[in-house]
Design a protein around this ligand. Structure first.
Ligand code: CP
Ligand code: NVA
Length: 324
């Protein structure tokens, strides 16, 4: 098996040693330095891949991927990422596993830990991921819950760094639903020193406890976190404009009600006039053109949505190579 790729320097070796065997459930569990290390590792793995160099630190290892919700990017990028690192991935549909018939999460975790070297899970309640991690003896990676999407945000801030050459001091405006994406973007911004303004309609704010936790982190990194009602106020002078679907997976029945609530929160050409002239548009995808974003913006010259999607592969390879 190949030696793990460790970035140059004694501090990087210490960081790499501290990451082995950890879970990746939420960005709150990682220090700013660890997150920066993982982003730099992702950029290095991307370079290695583009140059066609073989790098197989996970040879002989298997990642189980439990999906209780649909996925295009997460499933394919984890599976391809494992393959590129020399290992293999198993797709495990929540409907076909015994958890679908009531087997406890903790039993499932203990059984899967006897076969697998890592578990990725996409599910509804965040506590399911916490329970799974608690009972697993192998690293557990959060592939999205109702309240967090940390792998997406690692790819997102990697993408911002690649485009802007820095993270600290940039302003992110998030317009729309205070959902899992908003939560993870907030914590990532606070940890990495970006400023972030979130504008949501009443009743759709990000979770107050997460905002408070984020603001506490921000006070130590010089980041300013602001939650408001007015998209114009949030987007003023933004370097990054981010939005996400108005109805997330599991909220399909609320679609019509949410379309009414979010009218006026579309990221379109009128609104983006108030961002910086060289702003970048970001969206985790899948997107609904004509709802949370206009076609002109998502398919326009400021949009970097497919770079974000590509970086899911590199960011998750870094996370898997570091943890597993
Ligand atoms: N952005 C994202 O997680 O996409 P999928 O739902 O397709 O995995
Ligand atoms: N907020 C969206 C993100 C999808 C990647 C959802 O949870 O459906």
């Amino acid at each position: 098996m190949q030696q793990p790729l460790i970035l140059a320097g004694a501090r990087s070796e210490e960081l790499a040693a501290g990451l082995k065997g950890r879970d990746f459930l939420a960005l709150a569990d990682y220090t700013p330095e660890e997150l920066r290390y993982l982003i730099e590792l992702a950029i290095e793995l991307k370079r290695v891949q583009k140059f066609g160099e073989a790098y197989h630190p996970l040879k002989g290892k298997t990642l189980g991927m439990i999906f209780e919700k649909a996925s295009t990017r997460t499933r394919v990028s984890f599976e391809v990422g494992m393959y590129q690192l020399g290992g293999q991935a198993l797709f495990l549909s929540g409907n076909d596993l015994q958890i679908g018939r009531g087997e406890p999460i903790s039993d499932t975790a203990q059984v899967l830990s006897r076969y697998l070297d890592g578990i990725m899970i996409r599910t509804f309640a965040h506590r399911t991921v916490i329970e799974l991690a608690r009972a697993s003896t192998v690293p557990v990676i959060n592939g999205l819950t109702d309240s967090e999407h940390p792998c997406q945000v690692m790819a997102d801030y990697q993408t911002v760094l690649e485009h802007k050459g820095k993270l600290e001091g940039l302003k992110v405006a998030y317009i729309g639903d205070g959902n899992n994406m908003a939560h993870s973007l907030l914590m990532g911004a606070a940890k990495l020193g970006l400023h972030m303004s979130v504008a949501t309609p009443e009743g759709y704010e990000p979770d107050a406890a997460i905002v408070k936790q984020t603001q506490a982190v921000a006070s130590g990194t010089g980041s300013v976190i602001h939650v408001c009602r007015d998209p114009r106020e949030a987007i003023e002078g933004a370097d990054i404009v981010y939005t996400d679907v108005w109805a997330s997976m599991g909220q399909e029945a609320e679609q019509a009600e949410r379309e009414r609530a979010f009218a006026g929160y579309q990221v379109n050409e009128d609104l983006t006039k108030h961002a910086k002239a060289d702003y970048l548009f970001m969206h985790c995808l899948p997107a609904h053109r004509g709802e949370e974003v206009s076609e002109g913006v998502i398919d326009g010259k400021h949009s970097i949505v497919f770079d974000e999607a590509e970086n899911r592969l590199h960011a998750q390879k870094a996370i898997m190579a570091a943890l597993m």
